[in-house]
Design a protein around this ligand. Structure first.
Ligand SMILES: O=C(CO)[C@@H](O)[C@H](O)COP(=O)(O)O
Ligand SMILES: [Fe+2]
Length: 220
């Protein structure tokens, strides 16, 4: 299995964004996690298509777009055109989850589905044949810098079992409150894509990426 680090730009220093992205890229982070918040599905507002379009040209990293947006089907094409490579929507935010996933696929992008901490993993079952990635939120979506919810570990184990049982090559991404001191527990439970905002950009992004990558590489 491939283990990937996805630094979350939400925690980056935007006055020197290109340099910060480069530091993560040079130290082995293959993805960049791009958190879109609409002030409706989650209380906060972050950034959107114009920012994605502008940073896309500054890195070779895969743009991993996490849409915390009500009825994301409305914006799938806009984010695909702006440079998203993977588009992840929230199960809880869609009236028609299948239609939303299909729209992502029709745009030629990888489709991810995410669940909030209070959503049971069983709710993912109808979509296992359709998605490329499952994103388990280990904090309430909406803000960076929160504390990892310990019950997420059991949910990660369960989702990994569901992936194995369905037999498809689905990535399992975990997002929220992951640092050097708990990343191994998350990997052991079955995650293979690790989102880290504060752990990467709180301090030297190059050094922090390197340290996280060392932990991920032990699992390859
Ligand atoms: O989607 C979200 C929050 O809603 C995340 O991607 C956070 O941005 C991760 O930040 P840290 O918890 O790693 O600081
Ligand atoms: Fe995220």
């Amino acid at each position: 299995m491939k283990y990937i680090l996805a630094p979350s730009l939400l925690a980056a220093d935007f006055k020197c964004l290109a340099g910060q992205m480069k530091m993560t890229e040079e130290n082995g982070a293959e993805y960049l996690h791009f958190d879109v918040m609409d002030g409706m599905f989650v209380p906060s507002i972050s950034f959107g298509m114009p920012v994605l379009k502008s940073i896309k040209g500054a890195t070779e990293q895969v743009m991993d777009v996490h849409l915390m947006v009500q009825e994301p089907v409305r914006y799938v094409k806009d984010f695909a055109d702006a440079g998203a490579d993977i588009i992840t929507i929230h199960l809880e935010a869609c009236q028609d989850v299948k239609e939303t996933i299909q729209k992502i696929k029709n745009c030629g992008k990888k489709a991810g589905i995410s669940i909030c901490p209070q959503t049971d993993a069983d709710q993912l079952l109808p979509y296992m044949e359709l998605v490329d990635m499952i994103l388990v939120m280990s904090v309430q979506p909406g803000f960076g810098g929160q504390k990892f919810i310990p019950e997420s570990i059991e949910k990660i184990r369960k989702v990994r079992r569901m992936i194995t049982e369905c037999g498809r090559d689905i990535d399992l991404e975990v997002d929220g409150g992951i640092y050097q001191d708990n990343v191994e527990e998350v990997l052991k439970a079955g995650a293979n894509v690790i989102v880290a905002g504060s752990a990467v950009f709180g301090g030297d992004p190059g050094q922090n990426t390197k340290a996280m990558m060392e932990r991920l590489r032990q699992y390859e």
